[in-house]
Design a protein around this ligand. Sequence first.
Ligand code: FES
Length: 213
Amino acid sequence: MDEENRRGKISDTPGSTSRRTFIKGVITSGTAVYSAGYLFRSSSVFGGSTRVGERLITLNVNGQQRRADVNRQETLAWTLRYKLGLTGTKLGCDRAECGACTVLIDDVPHYSCSVLTHTVRGRKVLTIESLATADGKLHPVQQAVVDEQGFQCAFCMSGFMMSAVGFLKDNQNPTREQLAHALSGNLCRCCDYNKILNSMMRAAEYTRNGTHV
Ligand code: FES
């Protein structure tokens, strides 16, 4: 029995958590963290005062005006995760190699670990937490990942999804090769690329037809 089938057998064991349930849990937990971020603004979490070298700025993140004390050398990934509580954006390599930190800036995918926060003032930042609606309806890309069970450990998942969301804004009918090329800046440590591409092709279909539920 090959490795993939072996995993399928394990996940189907009665009483165990299936991979589908696991992936859906990871996606929906991002929404909860997003909400919590608004309750615990940076000033209260980090001591309530601006530290030396920091400056209070306003950022447009996920359609909200967010205030944060930001150091001049601070990266957007750091601000999102540790100042705004948006931990759906992951930090892998922290040097523009893995794509785990991908967010959209003015609808274009960027590695947030390699963008200084000050440079995105006045621009529109979208993170993984922006995808699902407030009432829990998943974005077509998220629904496709759930339906195809496209990731294993899922650490890279939000980065892949943000890259796909950015790409599908301009091309909703890609070939598999075009999609693979669009996602080539994202790495998966589990090497689950085939299933990730299945997911994203399904996401393109859902986006094109508006058929996801
Ligand atoms: Fe930004 Fe790896 S954490 S590219």
